[in-house]
Design a protein around this ligand. Structure first.
Ligand SMILES: *Cc1c(COP(=O)(O)O)cnc(C)c1O
Length: 355
């Protein structure tokens, strides 16, 4: 499909201090926008200057949450080339989310073409300071001006780009995590496996409660018995118990299948480690901790890659993990994944895609 380009005549000044990019508040000069209309399919993709979009106040996405999104990054290598990390996986996952929310399929090849051409236009916005990247946010919203509840017949696929800072300014600081035992994020048969706005809306109250107790994130338990561990809401979670690397199974359907999760599992297996995707209860974790068998806990996600967990609070019990320091397995996965992502070490898995 041909992508029309209507480029800006007044480019913005790029951030001068790449150590102060932060996350998610600076946007590049352009965005990609492609409508879908029933009977016509996806059509007329266009790269336009980054700007506000105009929607009817009755647009369906604003009322009933028929939205999906993705999150990935473009990395600048030392040789100045730009690369992506498993981007097709993101667009395959977008289609899983689409299917759950009755949003029409977006062919992966078309999505990739849209992304490549947008990045080509705004590639000078990919920062180069160590640890920085260009965050990519593709999303789809239902835009029919209609207040009835039904799947939309008109959608917009949009990609915006945001230069973002190094997640860890000074080493991998462990995070403190609070186990939520009142609210739940998702249930079997719900939308937990989809990257859709409602899941995040459901998480805000707990996040607020955790922050009040000086915990930065929430660990969710299953929505039926509140016994089995699910994930951290923007990260998947891993435990190292003795020599076993354990992460909750995706089979129940209430956990988002992270691409960092998948990559960490594949790496550990390639190193000959025992990795189990299975149900794991918070009680099992607490018991392993009491027996001195809980070696490491870490989260995985595109933003931080690996987030070591320093403290885990479950009710009145506060577990300090590995003396509040990053463990050997977490460090090895972090070094390897970030090495591959920024092109510092050879990618023997074929995960990277050059622009
Ligand atoms: C995006 C996300 C993750 C992490 O997925 P990655 O593909 O590794 O970035 C985990 N959990 C939830 C709920 C998410 O939205």
């Amino acid at each position: 499909m041909e992508i029309k380009k209507n480029l800006t005549t007044s480019p913005k000044a790029k951030p001068t201090d790449e150590s102060k990019l932060g996350f998610g508040h600076i946007f590049t000069d352009h965005m990609l926008i492609m409508p879908y209309d029933e009977g016509q399919g996806w059509h007329d993709p266009e790269i336009v200057p980054y700007d506000n979009i105009s929607l009817s106040p009755a647009a369906m996405c604003l009322h009933y949450g028929q939205t999906v999104f993705e999150g990935m990054k473009a990395y600048r290598r030392a040789d100045n080339k730009i690369q992506l990390f498993r981007p097709e996986e993101n667009f395959k996952r977008l289609n899983k989310s689409n299917e759950r929310l009755v949003i029409p399929e977006l062919p992966v090849d078309l999505a990739m073409q849209c992304l490549r051409e947008l990045l080509e236009v705004d590639k000078d916005w990919v920062p180069s300071l160590d640890g920085t990247s260009l965050y990519i946010r593709p999303f789809i919203i239902a835009v029919d001006p209609f207040l009835g509840v039904r799947p939309g017949s008109q959608y917009l696929f949009i990609i915006v780009l945001s230069p973002s800072g190094a997640y860890y300014a000074s080493g991998l600081d462990p995070v403190n995590i609070y186990v939520e035992d009142k609210y739940v994020r998702a249930v079997r048969g719900g939308m937990g496996f989809a990257k859709t706005g409602g899941n995040y809306a459901a998480s805000l109250h707990s996040q607020d409660d955790a922050h009040k107790l000086n915990y930065s994130q929430v660990l969710w338990l299953d929505g039926v018995e509140q016994k089995y561990i699910e994930e951290v809401g923007a990260m998947n979670i891993f435990f190292v118990i003795d020599d076993e690397v354990v992460t909750p199974t995706l089979e129940v359907g209430s956990i988002l299948g992270g691409i960092t999760r998948k990559s960490a599992i594949e790496l550990c297996r390639s190193w000959g480690m025992k990795v189990s995707e299975r149900r794991i209860s918070i009680q099992e974790v607490a018991d392993a901790y009491d027996q001195g068998r809980l070696k490491e806990v870490f989260g995985t996600g595109t933003a931080a890659v690996i987030s070591p967990v320093g403290h885990l609070k479950w009710g009145d019990k506060v577990m300090e993990i590995n003396d509040n320091k990053i463990g050997a397995v977490s460090q090895r996965i972090y070094d390897t994944l970030t090495g591959i992502q920024w092109g510092k070490i050879e990618d023997t898995f074929g995960w990277t895609v050059e622009l």
